[in-house]
Design a protein around this ligand. Structure first.
Ligand code: TRP
Ligand code: SF4
Length: 328
């Protein structure tokens, strides 16, 4: 059977980019695969180690978002509740060449981008080793990731081959990326949607927030007056229509824009109305968890128990391969 493993770092509430790019895909994959999804709280520490008091809140928010989005509770776990991730990370770190880590493109990029954080740490350099451990513990053969994560999977496969070569034992499965074509979801200002840019539509935004954000969203900059004909292909509001509106509304917006038959305010209002409707069920499902945080963590703990069984079985094999299984 094909086994899927995927993780998400809890760094805030999830937004539309996560929903259309990640969550929908996770939910779909549950139909045909044995799926393990987790919240990578230890990975958050690689960048948020100076800011740790927020992590618990973020874990809660992301867990609610994931469950409200339709992931089965039994498929969800929390990384730190499965300590085998740390154990395997340690053991793999012993044989990981420094040069491999320094060469990972995201390492260089993130260190340059996140200038407000000192990422000159042992833990951050080892990020791909922790990610490899996440995947290898479950012997997942498919990992649904975006383009940016492909180099991490390449790293993981190299590490698998090195482990097998050095120990002479075939313990792990080489994971392949599962690249799915998901729509590009730009932020309100057309840059990449990100909480840190302040351009994100959150999954639990209220109808009022959605309406206000629709008004702020960038339109075709060439369409200055109501009488100017516009081009929906360069309009972020239209990108959103394609995600949340029905065919008729999309056609109405497309034609109305090109012919100056409709105004941008009208178009934005229609989009907001559909977005409110689109995420209505999600908001209700997420709100169900308000005041039930204890129950939420119990569910996560249950899922983590299921994951831990698999992880422990793999660790037995790893210890055996490394000659440190003492049969106690
Ligand atoms: N690095 C991933 C990201 O930033 C998150 C992640 C951690 C992950 N461990 C993983 C993804 C294992 C897939 C598999 O998006
Ligand atoms: Fe965008 Fe709609 Fe205005 Fe056209 S009419 S520019 S699609 S908001």
């Amino acid at each position: 059977m094909n086994r899927i493993l995927a993780g998400i770092r809890p760094t805030g509430k999830l937004h539309w980019g996560h929903y259309f790019g990640v969550l929908q895909n996770w939910v779909e994959l549950q139909k045909n695969y044995d799926c393990f999804y987790f919240i990578a709280d230890w990975h958050s520490l690689t960048t948020e180690y100076a800011n740790t008091q927020k992590i618990k809140t973020w874990v809660k928010e992301v867990a609610k978002d994931i469950l409200a989005g339709g992931v089965k509770p039994e498929n969800l776990f929390l990384q730190s509740l499965v300590p085998e991730h740390a154990e395997l990370h340690l053991l793999l770190s012993m044989m990981t060449p420094l040069g491999w880590l320094e060469r990972v493109p995201t390492y260089k990029e993130m260190r340059q981008e996140l200038v407000d954080k000192d990422l000159n740490t042992y833990g951050f350099l080892g990020y791909p080793v922790l990610q490899s451990s996440d995947i290898l513990l479950y012997k997942a053969n498919k990992v649904p990731v975006g383009e940016d994560q492909v180099s991490h999977l390449e790293f993981t496969r190299e590490l698998v081959r090195r482990f097998h070569f050095l120990t002479g034992k075939e313990v792990f499965v080489e994971p392949q990326p599962l690249l799915t074509q998901s729509p590009r979801v730009p932020g309100m200002d057309r840059r990449k949607m990100s909480k840190s840019y302040g351009n994100a539509l959150l999954l639990d935004d209220s109808p009022e927030e959605i309406a206000a954000k629709a008004m702020q969203t960038l339109t075709d900059p060439a369409r200055k007056r109501r009488t100017d004909k516009g081009n929906p292909d360069v309009c972020t509001v239209f990108d959103y229509h394609k995600l949340v509106s029905d065919k008729e509304t999309i056609a109405w917006s497309d034609k109305g824009c090109r012919t100056a038959g409709i105004g941008c305010v009208e178009c934005k209002k229609a989009m907001a109305k559909n977005a409110v409707e689109y995420f209505k069920e999600f908001r209700e499902k997420k709100a169900y968890w308000d005041g039930k945080e204890k129950q939420l963590f119990e569910i996560i703990a249950e899922g983590s128990k299921r994951a831990r069984k698999v992880a422990q079985a793999t660790m037995e094999e790893v210890q055996e391969a490394l000659g440190i299984k003492y049969g106690l």
